[in-house]
Design a protein around this ligand. Structure first.
Ligand SMILES: [Fe+2]
Ligand SMILES: [Fe+2]
Length: 318
């Protein structure tokens, strides 16, 4: 396996004043220490899963609603569903590693001791998440590569020169995306072990989003305007890349599941493309960016008169 190399533009800041200054972050640090769990012993790993059975509830799986998919043999439909779960969970796994790397950077780069202590707890949270998703995926026998769009966004966060970009990019946008995706996975999963993993992980992610919101709500108004504008632009670029509202954006590697499940892409892709780009269908589906990320960006004042029209051009109501 190749090792990806990123040259990170991080300033390491030491802080010799150890007195708590941001009470809400110090409180969150206490919660984070208290709520640690052990991925090896607190997860019911002895629950059996049937890797050939439905992991995702067919009634919640958009693929299963397509006529071209319904026309496939039942066994192929189930295999496709397993591969879909494996693809989604592979992206969770790679995203968790990205989060761990980014949090390591936040420990170095944030200027406040409260922010450093809390970020240190998140490094171990993300390590735990890498551990559980990898261990679960072992049972599905296939780990998909990181999606190029996800990797590009994570790289931009890791390479960003302002710590506030890292904090908004990871703690608000990527963590918000994770929260929304975990909710969908929990509601759409039939597998008790997977639901338990997602539930434990989501508890941590909720704290991670809180960190971003608490920290950035006070920090952004203090920033010099040109830097603040850069953070706003950075946030929009990440949303634009991930949300898939323009051709060529969004996650682009999911259709690899077709070949892995033995489905001829030519037989199903036309219907998938028509259905998944239909505005009515998009509006009827849960959307982590629309439902979780944009409200949080709004709460910290990052969708402004200067940038709101760009979000509207993507079809979001802001
Ligand atoms: Fe995580
Ligand atoms: Fe996280």
């Amino acid at each position: 396996m190749p090792v990806e190399e990123i040259v990170a533009n991080v300033k390491t800041l030491w802080k010799f004043d150890y007195e708590p200054k941001i009470k809400a972050l110090r409180d969150l640090y206490e919660v984070a220490k208290r709520e640690q769990w052990n991925a090896a012993t607190d997860v019911p790993w002895d629950l059996e899963i049937d890797a050939s059975g439905d992991i995702l509830d067919p009634s919640q799986d958009a693929f299963r609603e397509l006529d071209a998919i319904k026309a496939l043999p039942e066994k192929t439909q189930t295999e496709l569903s397993v591969q879909n779960a494996a693809w989604i969970l592979s992206q969770f796994l790679h995203g968790e590693q990205g989060a761990m790397l980014c949090c390591g950077q936040l420990v170095e780069a944030v200027p406040d001791i409260d922010g450093k202590l809390y970020a240190a707890t998140q490094v171990i949270d993300e390590a735990r998440h890498v551990e559980v998703f990898h261990r679960y995926l072992t049972r599905l026998h296939h780990v998909y590569p990181i999606d190029p769009t996800l990797q590009a966004v994570l790289n931009q966060i890791l390479e960003a020169d302002l710590w506030q970009m890292k904090c908004v990019g990871m703690q608000v946008i990527v963590e918000g995306l994770a929260m929304g995706s975990f909710k969908i996975m929990k509601e759409g999963s039939r597998d008790e072990l997977l639901r338990s993993i997602v539930e434990l992980t989501a508890q941590d992610e909720a704290r991670h989003v809180s960190y971003g919101l608490i920290y950035m709500k006070d920090e952004l108004p203090r920033m010099p305007e040109p830097d603040r504008d850069r953070v706003e632009d950075f946030a929009f670029a990440a949303v634009d890349a991930i949300s898939g509202r323009r051709p060529g954006t969004g996650f682009v590697s999911q259709m690899a599941i077709l070949e892995q499940a033995g489905v001829d892409p030519a037989a199903v892709l036309p219907e998938i493309q028509t259905k998944f780009t239909d505005p009515e269908f998009i509006a009827s589906q849960p959307d982590p960016i629309r439902d979780h990320v944009l409200p949080q960006l709004g709460r910290i004042g990052l969708i402004t008169d200067r940038t709101a029209s760009r979000y509207r051009e993507l079809g979001f109501e802001v």
